[in-house]
Write a new protein. Structure first.
Length: 226
């Protein structure tokens, strides 16, 4: 939210980077981290699938303030309006409050693990890398739309200020934007990309970073001229 980056080395550490991608510090959170989301300016949440847990961490005090224990392995994570949305095994997306109470449990179809999802305007958008699709469902699990055209390994997701969904399509080496109704799309970036895996945008801006599938290359981009 202030331009700094929070980067998880999957199954390892949580790193805090400067706005230009330089390492500031490794955050002192025990365990094998998997996915991260920012709740507010000073608070983040991280999934720990091998512990079946989500840890809430205060970056200012550098302390774990809450551990939410789950009954299943947890993967992708997103937050909105003091709620967390977590992708679980057995194709379940669960919406919980910050105390860990279940608000909604959604059963979805997905040929992959629920690694990548975003929660926005009471809708959950998730990518199915193996099924070459991006889906949008409401809180009851009803499918609002699906997008399957010309996708090849859709992975990381992000929503822009207008509700459009930006997708890192790793096997086509492209960044694609899908309209908020799922009906239209266009390629935003393709030149020079190699298997883009994760994507994040700066808050209220059209620039951000892309990470490749190996986690070794962090690329800065700008969409303002597109």
């Amino acid at each position: 939210m202030d331009g700094r980056l929070i980067i998880v080395e999957w199954g390892d550490k949580v790193n805090l980077l400067t706005p230009d991608g330089k390492l500031l510090k490794k955050l002192p959170i025990p365990g094998e981290a998997f996915s991260v989301t920012q709740i507010n300016q000073n608070t983040i949440a991280i999934t720990y699938p091998w512990e079946k847990a989500i840890k809430i961490f205060n970056m200012e005090n550098e302390t774990v303030t809450k551990v939410i224990t789950l009954d299943k392995d947890c993967c992708g994570l997103s937050s909105s309006d003091d709620s967390l949305v977590v992708g679980l095994i057995d194709d379940e997306i669960r919406i919980i409050d910050l105390e860990g109470n279940t608000l909604k449990s959604i059963q979805v179809k997905c040929e992959s693990y629920l690694y990548n999802l975003v929660y926005c305007n009471d809708r959950v958008i998730y990518s199915d890398c193996n099924g070459n699709a991006v889906y949008c469902v409401d809180q009851s699990g009803k499918q609002i739309w699906q997008y399957k055209q010309d996708l090849s390994g859709p992975s990381g997701l992000y929503t822009d200020n207008y509700g459009n969904i930006i997708v890192a399509d790793q096997d086509s080496h492209r960044i694609i934007v899908i309209s908020k109704d799922g009906k239209e799309s266009k390629v935003l970036l393709s030149d020079g990309l190699e298997h883009p895996r994760c994507i994040c945008l700066k808050h209220c801006e059209s620039s951000g970073f892309i990470c490749d599938i190996d986690g070794k290359n962090l690329t800065k981009f700008n969409f303002s001229s597109k």
